[in-house]
Design a protein around this ligand. Structure first.
Ligand code: GLC
Length: 486
């Protein structure tokens, strides 16, 4: 092991790893990781980090960590992906958990497989929509909790080739994504409501052996039969532990078949990224993360679910993910024939138009330390700050009395920790005047009506890495007297 020692940022690092890789590896493996690095580096055990002992990292873990930056470079640049939940549950059209939530007996549920007849090349429509929406990768459910396999597997006839579709829907998805130049991945549910050993495997070792071999076999097919796969998105590891799933061996197999692949953290191993669901939560710096979210409240098609999010909410969520250096995996739940619900189409088209103009504020955006505000959101690329105005101020009566709001329209950013050098409206390219003092940056003379929808982006070139904090100013504001001073 032990690559030559190199200098980075005045700190000795090992094995040619970047500081980020080193930190994320230590986060992942704590003391055990530090010990392994020390061994690999041939020096003392000085780097212990966390209290909770974790299984010592395997050679595969070390290799995974060492290749992470390279494997994930495209993913960090991409920021925005499409999740697709599609299966037999789409025929019921009442959410992907219908079987369990409603208690549908298996003997009835299986009948759906006979009646699943998607229209030809449904996945083409998804891929073209993803492209128009500005999504750079797609992740489709190869097998969800229901256990039905959307591909031509040799391990069960509960699959799309032997039942209703008589087609390999995973192959169609792969070809569609590639035809649009998009990266692609497979969602795979470890939990299986169909396989006879899917529950007793917890207490019956022979059943566990059969079920784990079945699971590894299915994953092996997915990693072998469809060419280069960019992402493996495990889900719901009930009822087994990482050891019982043999998740280490599972990942080792996956990486041996797909050396450049990226895997998530839902087979109970840390994997390459964390997966906050239905909420946005940045991982610690150095740890990759991706929020997955529905456009309404359901992953699978749910006819009655009209809780559609607005394009403004979706754009702001995407901005908040990019602000934290994370990705946004936004879901569609196609109808049984594969059609995309019109509401989903409309929202994604609107988001795509916005990204056509403002993509540079999202793709490749790096983590920025920026404090919350109600009207604004922020992203950063290098020293370029992107101010996202969600609620355009327009004319304020206060401008009549307060110079602060002149010349209208003024958008102000308190607590910017960098010097602004220039400012421009991204939508029109119009140069924006501004003033800046130790308290605030005032972008002035802006149009009365918002130049862009659902958010307007102002690009501010700074003399260094921008960050914002209005609360840091609170103790610094000059104050006058108890009574009014004007
Ligand atoms: C949850 C849901 C599952 C969905 C997944 C997506 O695990 O139970 O249905 O596929 O989230 O992240």
């Amino acid at each position: 092991m032990g690559a030559a020692k190199i200098e980075t940022a005045g700190r000795e690092t090992t094995m040619g790893w970047s500081e980020r890789t080193r930190r994320s590896f230590l986060k992942q493996f704590g003391a055990a990781g530090a010990a392994a690095m020390a061994v690999a580096n041939g020096d003392g055990f000085g780097l212990a980090q966390t209290a909770t002992p974790l299984p010592a990292p395997t050679a595969a873990d070390l290799k995974q960590a060492a290749t992470r930056d390279t494997r994930m470079a495209w993913w960090h640049e991409a920021r925005f992906g499409m999740f697709i939940h599609w299966g037999l549950y789409s025929l019921i059209g009442q959410h992907e958990w219908a079987k369990e939530n409603e208690g549908v007996p298996l003997s009835q549920y299986e009948l759906l497989a006979k009646h699943f007849h998607p229209k030809p090349n449904a996945a083409r429509e998804w891929a073209r929509l993803a492209k128009r929406a500005g999504q750079k990768y797609m992740v489709m459910t190869s097998k969800h909790h229901e256990g039905f396999c959307n591909w031509d597997t040799q391990l069960t006839d509960y699959n799309a080739m032997d039942q209703g579709p008589r087609r390999d829907l995973v192959r169609e998805f792969v070809e569609a994504a590639r035809a649009e130049g998009l990266r692609l991945g497979f969602y795979y549910s470890l939990m299986d409501w169909h396989h006879p050993d899917g529950a007793i495997c917890k207490t019956d070792e022979a059943a566990r052996r059969r079920f784990v071999d079945y699971t590894h076999g299915l994953i092996h097919e997915l990693m072998t039969n469809y060419g280069k796969i960019d992402i493996l998105w495990y889900d719901v590891a009930w009822p087994l532990t990482a050891e019982e799933w043999e998740s280490g061996r599972m990942n080792e197999m996956v990486f041996s078949l797909q050396p450049d692949i990226i895997v998530n953290n839902r087979n109970l191993l840390p994997g390459d990224f964390t997966t906050p669901e239905q909420h946005i939560q940045a991982a610690d710096a150095g740890r990759a993360w991706e929020t997955c979210m529905t456009l309404n409240d359901s992953w699978g098609f749910n006819r009655g679910d009209d809780a559609w999010k607005t394009p403004k909410t979706i754009v702001d969520n995407l901005v908040t993910c990019a602000r934290g250096g994370g990705n946004y995996l936004l879901n569609i739940g196609p109808e049984p024939d594969g059609s995309v619900p019109p509401e989903s189409m409309e929202i994604l088209e609107t988001v795509g138009k916005w990204l056509n103009t403002n993509g540079k504020a999202i793709y490749g955006a790096e983590r920025i330390e920026a404090e919350w505000t109600t009207n604004l959101n922020f992203t950063r690329r290098g020293n370029m700050l992107y101010v996202h105005v969600n609620f355009w101020p327009g004319h304020t009566p206060a401008a009549e009395w307060l110079d602060f709001y002149k010349p209208e329209v003024v958008v102000a950013v308190a607590g910017l920790k960098a010097k602004a050098l220039s400012a421009r409206l991204v939508k029109t390219g119009q140069k924006v005047e501004f003033t800046q003092d130790e308290f605030t940056l005032r972008l002035t003379g802006l149009p009365l009506v918002a130049p862009d929808q659902p958010a307007t982006v102002i690009e501010v070139e700074c003399d260094g890495e921008p960050a914002t904090s209005h609360s840091a100013l609170r103790p610094l504001w000059p104050r006058h007297k108890v009574g009014i001073s004007v």
